[in-house]
Write a protein that binds this ligand. Structure first.
Ligand SMILES: Nc1nc2c(ncn2[C@@H]2O[C@H](COP(=O)(O)OP(=O)(O)OP(=O)(O)O)[C@@H](O)[C@H]2O)c(=O)[nH]1
Length: 211
């Protein structure tokens, strides 16, 4: 088999309130397992997921699992640096975690933009959908509108427990990041392209297929 000749490395943040399932989503996505035992994340954890995006392209995702208790703290600014995208997670059984979503998004947008000034791609995850849909039922038809108003590129009902929609949400985020990277590379002069945005092996953009 021929080796893929395009490689992308993206740092992705996973943020949201305490106990919404950030660690569980990453564990499910990367290690294909789930535990109902809750242990709060301290600070930040990391995981790596390798996606064979197409026969020609490998995407490496460096997932930053940021503790919910770090919310809006000074530490998060350091964690956000050079991220290309994020998942903001809430728990469908706890309305307060949905109410915090806009604050997480505003915090992220105020601390992190791409070098061309545009916001990074963010997907909203309505997690624990195996447990009921209290929040979604209340907000029902407004989810699409909410995402549009707050600049999310998409949203998914997910369950780390039942493995629902996690792969799909990730593919959606990566698709948007590939497109925004394409924009970025076009808008920046070659001498100011930062190394992390243009890894040496990137020879063309897979999302717009320009060489
Ligand atoms: N039923 C159900 N439980 C879940 C799901 N995802 C996570 N949980 C449970 O929710 C609890 C919290 O999950 P974590 O993944 O630790 O949450 P977290 O957002 O990483 O928490 P912090 O690191 O403290 O911010 C654990 O008991 C998990 O087993 C899910 O999709 N369905």
């Amino acid at each position: 088999m021929q080796a893929p000749h395009k490689e992308h490395l993206y740092k992705l943040l996973v943020i949201g309130d305490l106990g919404v399932g950030k660690t569980s989503i990453i564990k499910r996505y990367v290690h294909q397992n789930f535990s109902s035992h809750y242990r709060a994340t301290i600070g930040v954890d990391f995981a790596l997921k390798v996606l064979h995006w197409d026969p020609d392209t490998v995407v490496r995702l460096q997932l930053w699992d940021i503790a919910g208790q770090e919310r809006f703290g000074n530490m998060t600014r350091v964690y956000y640096r050079e991220a290309m995208g994020a998942f903001i997670v809430f728990d469908v059984t706890r309305p307060a975690t949905f109410e915090a979503v806009a604050k997480w998004k505003n915090d992220l947008d105020s601390k992190l933009t791409l070098p061309n000034g545009k916001p990074v791609s963010v997907v909203l995850l309505a997690n624990k959908c195996d447990q009921g849909k209290d929040v979604l039922m209340n907000n029902g038809l407004k989810m699409d509108q909410f995402c549009k108003e707050h600049g999310f590129v998409g949203w998914f009902e997910t369950s780390a427990k039942e493995n629902i929609n996690i792969d799909e949400a990730s593919r959606c985020l990566v698709k948007h990041i590939l497109a925004s990277e394409c924009d970025l590379l076009e808008s920046l002069e070659p001498d100011v392209v930062k190394p992390h945005l243009a890894p040496p092996k990137v020879v063309s953009c897979s999302s717009c297929a320009k060489s």
